[in-house]
Each structure stands twice: as C-alpha cells, then as structure tokens.
Write a protein that binds this ligand. Structure first.
Ligand code: OGA
Ligand code: MN
Length: 270
C-alpha cells in the first residue's frame, strides 16, 4: 500500500513511496489504478536520473518510442537544448498529447530538472469529471459529434498571423477526426477538447467555435483543475486519456528544463 494525499477533490494525488518500491515495479499495479482514478500523480523530489525515470516508466507499461531523443524528450523552449523547441510553445494552451494519432499516449511522465524563476507551473484538468458534470441535455447534444484535430489549430494560437511556410510546416502532422466524447473501455466517458480542435464536423465554423470554446471553458473550471508548483526533482505522471494540460507562461531563456517519458496508448480514441 502506498501513502497517498489528495491534492484536490476531483483531481491529483501525491504519492509517498521510497525510490526502491517505485523502481522495482512492485507498486506498479496500484499506481496504474490510482492514475486512472486521480488523473495526476505527484512524486515530490524523487530525484530520478534519466535511467531511473526510464526504468520507472517501463514498470508501468510500454514506453512510448515516438518522443524523439531516444525515449526521453527534453521539454524546453531553449533551441540549443532542443532544436524542435519552437513547437513546444503550443504547450501554453490546454491540450491532450497525441491527438493527431489514432491512439494517443496513455500517460506522460514529466520531471523537473531546472525551473523558471517565474511561471512554468503545469495545470491539468480532469476531462472525465468535466464530462460527468455536464447537463443531460448537453451530454445528449454532443454524444455523437466528431471533431477534426489539427496541429495547425494549436499553432495558430501561438502564431495568429503565420507565414505560409509556417502553415505548410504544421501540415506534416496528420489531421485526425475523433469523437468529442471518448467512450473508454473502462465504461467511463471523457471530453476531448483543447487546442488541437479545429472544427466540429458538419457544423458551421461559428457554431463549432462557440461549442468548442464553451466546452474547453467548462472543463477547465477550478474544481476540475490541479496546478503543480514544481520543485527540482519532482516527477508527475498524468493520465493523458482522462485529463488535458498546459504550462503557464515562462520565458524561452528562463532555463526551464523538464525531462519527459511516456507510456504508449492502449486504446484508440473512440
Ligand atoms: C508536455 C507538456 C507541459 C509543461 O510535455 O506534453 O505539455 O509544463 N508539458 O512543460
Ligand atoms: Mn503536452
């Protein structure tokens, strides 16, 4: 049994466990259960190095190999540290990772290596809880809607007046159509909204924009959100299928550096 402390009623638990228990995998089944139940799990100052973070990741499922840089991805806006840093400005807006694939990542693990002096907190919203709290009328109205997701939609938030070259570069990510309501294999339902939503199929652009904005605003109300104030050495895991997240603004030259690993998705977004 792990010691857990609830961080907010609807989302987030801190887990207190010694490093050995985390690394030998004996707590993995319980961590997986808690992850689905609580959305976000915080391991304060666990201070894993890269190898340990990868080992811990492997105890929980299949590591996601798509991340680049081997299986450990540097989350920083500093181009010297990550030449692909530009696209990470999209992390300032509410999103679900991997919505331009059919099987989004099951979970992501982020550890803090260097902090920004200001900003740089991370927030998560529980999209299961947000769906559950909708009115019956809303639930019925959105039950069968499908939404086109596009990296372009997310990047337009960073660059509202892009060059054509930018628009074309965003198109190397495929466009994907997903249901607005994810019917999970566990029988629960969650909202699939956030910055990659382009438009609702078969709806006028205005109505689509209104609905997607309303649902994103709904899902990110305080009662569904946990905000993490990082310390160096903290590790946070989130259920990427039942939460969305964003980083609060920090400067590209702030020095902020996070190391991310991920668990490959186990169910398609359906
Ligand atoms: C991510 C992400 C947020 C952060 O790594 O997918 O969105 O706070 N990170 O860096
Ligand atoms: Mn992300």
């Amino acid at each position: 049994m792990l010691t857990t402390i609830s961080l907010a009623p609807l989302i987030g638990s801190e887990i207190q466990a010694d490093r050995k228990t985390l690394l030998d995998g004996s707590a993995a089944p319980e961590i997986r259960r808690l992850l689905q139940e609580r959305g976000v799990l915080v391991f304060r100052k666990v201070n894993f190095n890269d190898e340990e973070q990868l080992t811990f990741t492997r105890t929980l499922g299949t590591p996601d190999e798509q991340g680049g840089y081997g299986r450990l991805f540097k989350i920083t806006l500093d181009k010297r540290e990550n030449p692909g840093a530009e696209i990470l400005k999209g992390t300032f807006f509410w999103h679900i990772d991997g919505t331009t694939s059919d099987v989004p990542a099951l979970a992501s693990l982020l550890s803090a290596r260097r902090l920004s002096p200001t900003g740089g907190q991370t927030e998560w919203a529980n999209t299961y809880a947000a769906y559950d709290a909708l009115s019956e009328a809303d639930k019925q109205a959105i039950e069968r809607l499908k939404v086109v997701h596009d990296q372009e939609a997310a990047q337009r938030m960073v660059y509202p007046e892009p060059t054509l070259a930018q628009v074309l570069s965003w198109r190397k990510y495929p466009q994907k159509t997903h249901p607005l309501v994810w019917h999970h294999q566990n029988g629960r339902k969650s909202l699939v909204v956030g910055s990659t939503t382009f438009y609702v199929e078969g709806m006028s652009l205005r109505d689509s924009c209104e609905l997607l904005t309303r649902l994103r605003e709904w899902a990110t109300q305080r009662q569904f959100v946990y905000q993490h104030e990082w310390s160096v050495g903290d590790l946070v895991i989130w259920d990427n299928t039942g939460t969305m997240h964003r980083a609060l603004m920090y400067a590209a030259d702030s020095g902020r550096l996070m190391h991310r690993t991920g668990l490959a998705g186990e169910e398609s977004l359906a």
